[in-house]
Design a protein around this ligand. Structure first.
Ligand code: TYD
Ligand code: MG
Length: 459
């Protein structure tokens, strides 16, 4: 008799092991190894490979007919951008995020927009009853009859109905509530989630129906269950932001059909999610004027420059070890920049607490934020505001040198468009921009942070 090999798997990352262990060797999580259910011992783990029926064996690139994938607009520019230009036929998209962040609302709005153009959409909810869905839909507005709703958790029933209705787009809310009857485990259990996802992947590809799957997130911030779901689907959209504020940022963490840098910005309103087409304006809303410790930075999110405010509070420490925190950016990077400042400019920051914050709810980790962080800290430390209408960007090296960053011209243009009159940047970027500089904004190029004037006047 053939020996059975894989009997256990990690419920967190899906790694399989022949023996039980207290800690997963692959992802390091504790207490996540579970015995695979019986039927799994026979069948290989669900994989979502779909064969292309018209190819036999390997072919060269020339032998493959490729057509631009057909895309449908979702009727929301912010969502289209994150998807890489619209919904691709037959794709499987996972939408994840904290509970209450707006996943169901966004997908319902998308479904409504599609249906209003005569595209058939099936919205399956395993979480809410039909009357609850109706109440939500009424807040958003009238829906056309091409949008059909179904409250169901049995995947075989959903499959049957979908084949009868033949929608162009199907929404499944959420993967954790769905049950495949042939899999013997409770809904939300790793095996169920995995088999349901792989079932939907095959369904999407064979029927050429785009499927949007909602996935909840665990308190550690993983798509519940696991990284493994992310490997199985074509696109992973992640909703960031705080349910206590009204702004929501949608990011593509993975996208087989587009770039992963683009973000979409939305605002939760009384009638659903509204698109924010000018994110810089909202990021800077409520910003103080001429206050020490506040600097406007220009950051790039994909192809879009966004202005954000960087704030630093520097105060004398009353502990042996100064307190430091960084919200909305990288903590280690901040510590490194404080050390560079101390060494190269002679600011004695080792006796100071430093609190750094990127206001507006965006998380920025790109190096172009180095100079703004440094200026905010200096301005807070010297209690000296920067001149009005000043922005900054640039990477700072360990010797205090300023380095060029990507898309300097796009950043300067955005700042000029929003009425900023001075831009502090790396000299290398200033030279590169040269004559293309937009009118009305003065560019101040620095080679090293030692060139920052003592009074931060930049005139
Ligand atoms: P929801 O889409 O149900 O979140 P998820 O599916 O991610 O769990 O969003 C629910 C929240 O959004 C809820 O707290 C109420 C709020 N909301 C509004 O503020 N305005 C609206 O028009 C709608 C539909 C919801
Ligand atoms: Mg929901």
């Amino acid at each position: 008799m053939a020996k059975e090999k894989t009997l256990f798997f990690c419920t967190e990352c899906g790694a399989e092991t022949p023996k039980w262990a207290g800690r997963c060797a692959s992802c390091g999580a504790w207490n996540t190894i579970a015995e695979a259910p019986k039927e799994k011992r026979v069948k290989a783990a669900g994989t979502a490979v779909v064969r292309n029926r018209d190819t036999v064996g390997p072919v060269s690139l020339k032998g493959i007919d490729a057509h631009e994938e057909a895309r449908m607009s979702t009727g929301m520019e912010e969502l289209d951008r994150v998807l890489g230009g619209g919904i691709v036929d037959g794709s499987l998209v996972l939408a994840s995020g904290d509970p209450g962040i707006g996943k169901s609302t966004l997908l319902l709005q998308m479904a409504r927009n599609l249906a209003s153009r005569g595209i058939k959409v099936l919205y399956v909810s395993g979480e809410e009853s039909l009357s609850q869905i109706k109440l939500r839909a009424l807040r958003i507005g009238e829906c056309s009859d091409d949008l059909l709703f179904m409250a169901e958790t049995d995947m075989s029933e959903i499959h049957e109905q979908a084949l009868a209705i033949r929608p162009k787009v199907m929404i499944v809310d959420s993967v954790q509530t769905m049950v495949l009857p042939e899999v013997e485990s409770a809904p939300g259990n790793m095996t169920q989630v995995r088999e349901n996802t792989s079932f939907l992947m095959r369904f999407a590809k064979t029927e050429n129906i785009a499927v949007f799957l909602v996935g909840h997130v665990t308190k550690e911030g993983n798509v519940a269950g696991p990284k493994m779901l992310e490997h199985m689907v074509d696109t992973v959209l992640y909703f960031e932001g705080d349910t206590t504020t009204t702004y929501r940022i949608l990011r593509a963490v993975k996208n087989r059909f587009g770039s992963t840098n683009e973000i979409g910005v939305f605002e939760m309103s009384g009638t659903g999610l509204a698109e924010v087409t000018n994110p810089s304006e909202h990021m800077l809303r409520g910003m103080p004027e001429s206050e020490p410790g506040s600097v406007v930075a220009v950051t790039m999110e994909g192809t879009r420059p966004i202005l954000v405010e960087v704030q630093a509070l520097i105060s004398k420490t009353s502990f042996n070890l100064p307190r430091r925190t960084a919200a909305g950016t990288d903590f280690n990077r901040m510590n490194l920049l404080l050390a560079v400042l101390e060494k190269r400019v002679g600011a004695s920051l080792s006796g100071c607490d430093a609190y750094l914050n990127v206001a507006g709810g965006l998380r920025v980790t790109e190096p172009a934020l180095d100079l703004p962080i440094l200026l905010a800290v200096l301005s807070g430390y010297r209690n000296q505001p920067l001149p009005d209408h000043t922005v900054a960007f640039g990477e700072v090296g360990l010797t205090g040198e300023l380095r060029a960053v990507s898309q300097a011209l796009a950043r300067v243009r955005e700042a000029a468009k929003l009425g900023y009159r001075t831009c502090v940047l790396a000299e290398a970027d200033r030279e590169k921009i040269g004559k293309d500089a937009p009118k009305g904004i003065k560019l101040i190029g620095l080679r090293n942070i030692r060139e920052i004037p003592k009074d931060l006047s930049f005139s």
